[in-house]
Structure formats: C-alpha cells, structure tokens
Design a protein around this ligand. Structure first.
Ligand code: H2U
Ligand code: ZN
Length: 360
C-alpha cells in the first residue's frame, strides 16, 4: 500500500495566496529533535545614551541638523532619502525592453524611544502604544498625498540595519509598489471568487485550528502563515473585524495592538535569547487622493514580520541557490515554528535575569 501523506514528514509545496507564489517545504531534513536554546552569543553593549548616535536626543547629525531632546517618539525627514517628492518624469520608453516610470515620494525616520538600549519588546505597552499612535498619524498625514505609505522596521545588524537606536522608517510613494500590488490583485480575486475578504477568512480559519497561532487577544491574532517562507515569519491580523487601514483602528484596538506586539516580540527575543532581528512592516489599503471613494473592500489591514534567523542568534537563513534561482524553500514547517514560538516565555529573558539577580 502506498504511504499516506504526512505534511510533518513529507516534502510538499504550499501556496501563498497573498503573493500568488509557492514555497517548497522539506520537513524530512529536520529529523533531529528541537534542542531548545543554543549557546548565547555575546551581546553588543548599547549604552542608554550614545552621544555619537545621530538618532539620540540632543545630538547634532552629520548634516548639521539637531535631533531635539525628544521624550517619546520623534519623526524627521530622512537626511539621505531614496525618494524625493519633486522629480522630472522620464519620457515614453524607447523600446518595450527599456521601460521606465516616474517615481516620487518622501522618506522619514521615526525614533521609538529616547533611549538607545530600549527596543520595542523592552518597552511598556503604554510606550509601544505611543509608537502605534505615531504610525497612525504618519499614515494619515502622508496618505493624504501618497498612494502608498510603507511603515517598516529593519532591526538588527545581521539584518542590514545600520543603527542600533530603536527606530523605523516610513517611505511614502506616488506609486503602488510590487508587494502590495500582488496583494491587491490576489485579494481582489479572492473576494470576487469567495465573497469574503481573504485575510478575514484566513484569520477565522487559523483561530479555529490554533495550530499555527503564536499569540492572540480579543482584537488580534499572530500566525505563522501556512505558506511562510522565513523560518519564524508571522502575519499579524485583525481577529474578526474588517479594517482597511491603520487610521481605522479604534482606541481599544490600538492598545490591544501594542499589547500583542509586546507579547510577540518578547517571545521572539526569548527564542534565541538575543535582540531578535527582523524586517517588519504594515500593509493597509492604498491611499492618496485617487483612493478616495474607491472600493477597497478586498483589503484587510495587517502586519508582516520577516525574521532572518534560523537556528540561533548567529545562524541566519540565506535566500540563495535554489531559492534565488527557482523557488523559496524551508525545512521547518510553519506548524513547528509556531509551536516553538508558543513555547517561549512571556517574560523577557533580560527581565527574568534581572529578577533572578535581585532575589539572589
Ligand atoms: P537603518 O534603518 O537602515 O538602520 O537606517 C537608519 C536611517 O536613518 C537611514 O535611512 C537615516 C539613514 O538615511 N539617517 C539620517 O537620516 N540621518 C542621520 O544622521 C543618520 C541616519
Ligand atoms: Zn501584506
């Protein structure tokens, strides 16, 4: 008799309905059991205040501008922006293989906290909520003019982040970039075919099964998506309400978002006992003057976290070889990754250590 398929054991492909592409899953390569935490790598010391860091309060930046003595969050125009708001348009293409299009935009930097050594998981829920409120304010303001407002945090040196001060970036563009374009098209198709927004259906499905759920509260659910590519990738979704954009969040949803972020990020840090590196960002329905009055009911506001680590604080996954040339691949299943994250403590390892020392 033929062997029965077991997703925890047999290689297979999973479809990402948001991007419309496939990921190869090879769980048989991870026959070894989970050994828990690996040895801890030495953590780089980050002082509470670094007078040489241009993002610290009161510091003069290399271009002569002063970062004010801020006490909560602080947003400023990026001194080295990838996008400028006023720029000439290229003419029509000279050949179909030489297509070029106009791109305008603006880039901002947002500091989360005056202290350089306080990352989001080490902040209080109230402090994280201030970050959430500022994100909303930024999306609202830039969304008046721009088609897309991408709030993103690129965290950790191993992940290409140049500055350890807790911060994120905001890039607002005159065009809909590729990733949200895929999502827009696929979510539109899903609503047409199934009569319900894709990510509302998906949250409901996962909330029932619990298999891939990392944390949840009344308003939000964090899932290692069925189609996850990065080992500990998660998607953060509204649990049951249809929410198009960041500014549509009610005040209690802003608070519960801060709370679920803290729970997720503490688990992330505890997984390998390090300041967990990742790229994360928020996706909501497109904005700008042309979005006003347009039907975006296929959209659902959500966040993506893409951490690069694989097995320890120093061993990262590289998207190379087969993945670069053919298709994304992972060994650890989404279900196992969710299980590992769920098993991580809700108390940050640094706070646990501090308490430990105090009681000794
Ligand atoms: P990372 O998020 O990649 O670490 O970059 C920090 C951003 O801060 C980066 O986009 C900006 C850089 O351009 N920056 C300034 O705008 N002014 C400075 O003085 C330093 C860094
Ligand atoms: Zn998305």
């Amino acid at each position: 008799m033929a062997e029965k398929f077991d997703a925890a054991d047999h290689q297979h492909m999973r479809f990402n309905p948001l991007r419309g592409d496939w990921v190869l899953v090879s769980p048989h390569r991870l026959k070894r059991p989970w050994h828990g935490k690996k040895e801890r790598a030495e953590e780089k010391f980050i002082p509470p205040f670094d007078p040489t860091n241009p993002l610290s309060p009161g510091v003069t930046r290399p271009n002569g501008k002063v970062t004010p003595k801020y006490e909560e969050t602080y947003v400023f125009d990026n001194d080295f922006p990838a996008l400028l708001p006023e720029i000439p348009s290229p003419g029509p293409p000279s050949h179909p293989l030489m297509k070029c299009a106009h791109a305008a935009g603006t880039c901002r930097v947002m500091c989360f906290h005056p202290r350089s050594d306080v990352t989001l998981p080490l902040m209080s829920v109230e402090e994280i909520q201030k970050v959430v409120e500022e994100w909303i304010h930024q999306v609202q303001e830039l969304g008046e003019k721009f088609t897309w407002v991408q709030v993103f945090e690129n965290k950790g040196e191993i992940n290409g982040c140049s500055n350890p001060h807790p911060h994120c970036q905001i890039w607002a563009t005159s065009f809909l970039p590729t990733e949200p374009q895929y999502e827009d098209e696929n979510m539109k198709k899903y609503l047409k075919e199934h009569g319900k927004p894709m990510l509302l259906d998906y949250a409901e499905l996962e909330a029932k099964s619990k298999e891939r759920v990392v944390v949840e509260n009344d308003d939000w659910i964090v899932i290692v998506p069925y189609w996850a590519l990065w080992p500990f990738e998660v998607i953060l979704l509204p649990r049951k309400r249809h929410i198009l954009r960041f500014p549509d969040l009610e005040s209690d949803e802003r608070k519960s978002l801060a709370s679920i972020m803290k729970r997720l990020l503490v688990k992330y840090d505890n997984l390998f006992e390090c300041s967990f590196p990742y790229s994360m960002g928020w996706h909501g329905a497109p904005t700008g003057p042309e979005a006003k009055g347009k039907d975006y009911s296929h959209w659902q506001f959500h966040g993506h976290y893409y951490p690069c680590l694989l097995r320890s604080s120093t061993i990262r996954k590289f998207m190379v070889g087969f993945e670069l040339l053919s298709q994304g691949q992972r060994d650890l299943t989404a279900e196992k990754a969710a299980e590992q994250l769920r098993a991580c403590s809700d108390v940050h390892y640094k706070e646990a250590e501090k308490k430990d020392k105090e009681t000794k």
